[in-house]
Write a protein that binds this ligand. Sequence first.
Ligand code: HSE
Length: 405
Amino acid sequence: MKVAVMGYGTVGSGVVEVIESHSEIIAKRTGGEPLEVKYILDLRDFPDDPHQNAFTKDFNDILNDPEVKIVAETMGGVNPAFDFTMKLLGAGKSVVTSNKELVAQKGLELLEQAEKSNANYLFEASVGGGIPIIRPMTQCLAANNIEGVAGILNGTTNFILTKMIEENMSFEAALKLAQDNGYAEKDPTADIEGHDACRKVCILASLAFGKHVYPNQVEAEGITNITLEDVAYIHSANGVIKLLGQIKYINENKIAAFVSPAVVYNGSQLASVRDVFNAILVRGDAVGDVCFYGRGAGKLPTASAVVADIVDCAKHIFRKKIFGWGAGDEDYVVDYKAELEMPFYVRAKMSQAEAKARLGVVKFLSRTGQPSDEVAFITDNLTENELNSKLSGANVLNIIKVTNY
Ligand code: HSE
């Protein structure tokens, strides 16, 4: 079966590599049909690459070729990936993608188009790289009401935080290392400011509760304000700092969803997730907590999920896989700062007496080299709005949510 790959960057070149290096096993799994990459679409030239016969700069070569029934979109970004994918689905071709930005922004329209055309639009690689999560959530956990999801969804930031926690490495040096290893987005702002994790939260929330959640409904805070001082205080409380995406079911018409650094205590399954690894913990009312763990970024892990989707499409070429959700609405994601209570880590220039006067009973933390005018503590449960009002006018250095996952 002939396939095309659009975008020959880290993931796209990994997809071509996996299709070629695993051709025998893939043919067994498609039911005997080998996969052959007929086109690779990219505007760049790759003069030393052995696939010269497959390269094209013209999208219409793929769109108008009836032999190509499955296309992997690994271009990233919304445009022109959206236009291309709509046209391919409209022509009855199935599309698989690792493009979380596109699925988070335009998933509803693309899934509707796939439905109309009786084609498949699959996106296992868009969340958690190589970790199986889309099918487990929609199929294996189908008997559960999902109560919440918490995930370490970005490999780059987990890698950076691990280097800060374990090697006392500076943020900049760790980011450079992540980029050199091909984990980071083209613009690493999307990683370190939490936008990449936010897109993945949108996809998970849409799948878990059946209504599209858009990135502008999910507040995202990144890791750029995390310091080695915060790492040390939280270590003294037997915890670590992770960038977490959190989703909580409130009722049929309301969920909470946000991305932020969070204190995770060492007993949690999420605390031991190090390096570029991702983990997604799903809390179901029948199953309890289940955790999906693996490589969330990188060439071959992500390609593994993209190629699995191609194999699935090849097996279901005349059948529709049911993955999807309906329209959401503006008020569907609540203002969690007003509605959710949780403990917070606070670091501030103030005395312990002032901290107690403002917040009542708190748990004070300590670190080597702690200045005499600095305190760090964990509060009791309260909303973020209440916390901010109690700290009004204080010299606060950092606030980090404490998770109950
Ligand atoms: N930049 C992303 C990460 C790639 O670091 O997780 C996978 O989405």
